[in-house]
Design a protein around this ligand. Sequence first.
Ligand code: HEM
Length: 384
Amino acid sequence: MGVSFWEDPYPVYKTFQERSGVFWDELLEVWVVAGRSAVNTVLRSPEVSSDWLRLNAGDSPCREFPELERMLLGWFMLMDPPGHTRLRRTMQSFFARNRAESLAEEFQDVVATQLETIRPPTGVDIANDFSTPVAGGILARVLDVPADVMSTAAVHMAAIASFLAQPHKTEFAEQAAAAVGRLNELYRALAPDLSPDSALFPLVGDDPAAPQDTYLHTAHLLSFAGQETTAGLIASGLLHLLREPGRYHEVATGQAEAGAVVEELLRFDTPVPQVPRVALADLSVDGHTIRAGDRILVLLAAANRDWQNSADADVLDFTRNQRHLAFGVGIHYCLGAPIARQGAKAAISAWTAAFPTARLSPETVRWAVGTGYRRLESAFVQPA
Ligand code: HEM
């Protein structure tokens, strides 16, 4: 049996790039943008929108679920300026590089605590037994909330992620709406106990017993954007290293610098392979005219491999100049990039150092299917 798209989408992305950096897909009725320069042009253009209503042309069944629609309209990731700029600015300092660096020891504690639960020689699932709880613990430290809040949020967020991957399916909208209700309860209960160090604190408003909508929406957004992504990077990163014992050894013994390892893993296989946009005005990209109102699928993962300009794009090489676009480009550049980098460095270094001779059981590797994110569902490892 051949390898499916979900196991390895890169051969398909490569054919896209070979066809053209930009092309109109008749079936999906969307411009596919797969070339590195075209991705940069589109994401940096003020003539493209991330606005939820524009992206979905108002035809998603979520219109029938007002709480769900209100929440998505409140995510600054799905807004254009000036609303986007204003909300992003309130969050900026909590996610700055120096804050991430100051949390490094706390992230190492999160990782160490999780590693203590792993008892060789039993098989361990690097996704569910390690990466997911570590990513939740890291985000809990960043937001200064109890770790179990993040793990509960992650369960409900899965329904919202499924809906966002396929926003035209009514059953997914229904499940996502139910998840929004439960998340609202979770975050309302949390508001009175938030510390001033939490990124969410400034958004609560004057009455913590009845927090502002902005607080609820941003709490949802951060749980969504911050957990599965970081978990995905740690899990798929470890998987790719385990598949190449020579590389794994370099990391475990500290011969490869942790920062360079994380950057190369982000380039090699990013958890956020694509982002959507819609053109606000006619746009010229690599000689093609994208018309106002056209939808655009920006393939960051394809741009990261950059086959057009790199002969060894499919090789994992920690010494290369890793100019990747895994965190996006332009005004929506990932707010949590310093956190994700710091967290992944802590997790990958500590795991490989703890289990320098770990072996993957290849038949246990399962990738999620039909998602907008690239997510390793499970992969079992013999730690020693
Ligand atoms: C490996 C981990 C991560 C990856 C690959 C990733 C990737 C991305 C990408 C590609 C975007 C741009 C979306 C767009 O252009 O439409 C983005 C935006 C965002 N990310 Fe991340 N992310 C990661 C981790 C995190 C973390 C840990 C947080 C928060 C704690 C976070 C919060 C956000 C937010 C709030 C936005 C929206 C920014 C805006 O619209 O201005 N991300 N992320």
